[in-house]
Design a protein around this ligand. Sequence first.
Ligand code: URP
Ligand code: ZN
Ligand code: ZN
Ligand code: ZN
Length: 511
Amino acid sequence: PSQFCDAGIGYDESACGIPTTSSSSKILIKGGTVVNAHHQEVADVYVENGFIVAVKPHIHVGDDVTVLDATGKFVMPGGIDPHTHLAFEFMGTETMDDFFTGQAAALAGGTTMHIDFVIPVDGSLTAGFEAYEKKSKKACMDFGFHMAITKWDEVVSKEMEIMVQEKGINSFKFFMAYKGALMINDDLLLEGFKKCKSLGALAMVHAENGDAVYEGQKRMIELGITGPEGHALSRPAVLEGEATARAIRLASFINTPLYVVHVMSIDAMEEIAKARISGQKVIGEPVVSGLVLNDSWLWDSDFLTAARFVMSPPIRAAGHDKALQAALSTGVLQLVGTDHCAFNSKQKALGIDDFRKIPNGVNGIEERMHLVWDTMVESGQISVTDYVRITSTDCARIFNIYPRKGAILAGSDADIIILNPNSSFEISAKSHHSRSDTNVFEGRRGKGKVEVTIAGGRIVWQNDELKVVPGSGKYIKLPPYNYLFSGIDKAEANYLASLKAPVKRTIISKA
Ligand code: URP
Ligand code: ZN
Ligand code: ZN
Ligand code: ZN
């Protein structure tokens, strides 16, 4: 048995995090630059029994403590990936990475927590939750759940209450695309937004106009464009912009906060920027593929090379990537996810004759921390403190688990990385930890390397070696009413007060 709390999902978390005492449960990280979202300083970090106990200069300890020298390196909160799909049954197949392999890959790349999307079973949230409880039994790092809403009735409405009040889910995703599968209409979107608001849960949208995408796909097939480039051509950025704008306006109408997942285009980003300037509470999440790749690969003459890059919304033409980076660096967009949804070549080959059958999804859970460091910090676009904010802290705040997660503070969970800015990384399917046989970031090198990952107070990644224990990861319940909800009731009261008293009318004119 692992020395971790093995309680896992469904158990009282307060019983967690107290492993039996052993040498590896006491760690001192010496001499590094400790970085939080708003401050950095040279200090030591002392960890015991899964928690950070002290952060200050010159901590002295006995010899039962594992000492890590972090001189010249950055000591930061482990990454939190707000958007993953592990063991996801989608488009007639299932993703290569499950809750063990996907998490192992994450840990090797400096991510120590992720939030995955529970998909209801035949519309049932309860059945979906139970299915994901089973899938996540092998977890080797902490995780939380969002939940998709795929149909609407009184049962679903009631189940949402149970999910929020009992099961630890504080966000629901509405798919405005994938017609005939996960897609919902505006009627459901409005019902869902109202329910989210009443529960203090965050509404999330996959923003593409699914009806128009369907039309675009037919158009491509009629033109004889059946290859992977047809995927991008059938669902242009204007359809992402339209759905983003629509979701934002409906969320404004209901007066509830909105989180737009995988923002892939300038069109969508500008809608979010406009809404934020107007004072609306909208969060935009770019994903690492959208930040560092462009669509040129989709025209590759090798089918499998091109098919690797098929995801939705599509990876856009060069220019969108740089604009998303700029938006992230200026706070227009707030945090980075991956949408890790890994399919191998055999699975991608399901769409050899028809791009509509290529399973949608790319990898990123292992690569995110390195690529964001290289693209955003090494390039000079953001500070190291902002790096911590966009890879960890803001995710913890939005999903309401800060400062337990997302901070190097006394009392926080001991999820910590040591990053060496003078070392370098190289990405390849030959060396990555995902089960997929390909990697959309193949061949990328850059500066900055995660040399040590500590998860739940244990060293799980060091000297390029993983030491992970299936079942050691904890399910983290996410409480409702994050900071975005403070003020919603005041705004609501002001709105109601602004409505003039109903006009008292009698018929005075002659017909
Ligand atoms: O292509 C994608 N993004 N696959 C995962 C499902 C989703 O829409 O997030
Ligand atoms: Zn000293
Ligand atoms: Zn999506
Ligand atoms: Zn996704």
